[in-house]
Write a protein that binds this ligand. Sequence first.
Ligand code: AMP
Ligand code: MN
Ligand code: MN
Ligand code: MN
Length: 286
Amino acid sequence: MSPVPVSSPANFDFHCHSTVSDGLLPPAQVVHRAAGLGVSHLALTDHDDVDGLPEAREAALEAGVVLVNGVEISIEWEECPIHVVGLGFDPLHPGFVAGLASVRGGRVERARRMGESFAAIGIPGVFEGAMRYAGNPLLISRAHFARYLVEIGLFKEPRNVFEHYLVPGKPGYVEHRWASLADAVGWIRAAGGVAVVAHPGRYRMSGGEMRRFLGDFKDLGGAALEVVCGSHNADHVLHFARLARQFEFHASRGSDFHGPEESYVDLGRLAPLPEDLKPVWRLLDL
Ligand code: AMP
Ligand code: MN
Ligand code: MN
Ligand code: MN
């Protein structure tokens, strides 16, 4: 009798970052680390850029991981900064490519102004220092600023930086014009992908605002919510599972891994989705 094949359970992680945005590992290393941790299906979702996908795809073939094309687009809805994950799109679709380029544009100028804001409170050289951490200078982000402020000894960990700096009302925060919700969902859908609200538990919105936002997202053709993610606690999971049911959204699962020492959780190290929810991977050709 032939032995029963031993297959490991599926483990989907549909949100993580590489050095193409503000992650600490190059795309291939992210994929190999994911494989080592038992992830079977991975979406690399760099901020506003898909340049890491070819390298990730090659590594996924070697590592035996199913790679899904991903991106995390920075948008603004009613003055609230929000992230929308796109999955399973054609990364060469011209409208999608042009849309992402438009979101990336202006990050360097914003970063210069962030540097000026630090200089004004007596901390010089922060723009240059942050740039040294940016693997992709066009994607310079607040995460790179946080790493530099840790380097010069102002804080112990990047997350502590966001308690004092880089957020609205605090030094280092500079308003920025991101994409609109309609733009981001439109680009993703035009390129054949599905749009997912990233880490909904992290937005500073009232219950009513969240419902209005989800209504707008649904009307535009948004498909899913991240219900289980690195920054959600058990209450967030229950809450957003309920909203996913009410709004008839599919559900996604993602670590939001940025690097070994700088993440809520490691790749794939997440609870399963609540059983009755429709997983977002059912909408994709895997
Ligand atoms: P940006 O796209 O430049 O606005 O930067 C956003 C990035 O900063 C996020 O993707 C995270 O990597 C990081 N970030 C924002 N808020 C926090 C926080 N409270 N703790 C840790 N990292 C954060
Ligand atoms: Mn980030
Ligand atoms: Mn995000
Ligand atoms: Mn992210």
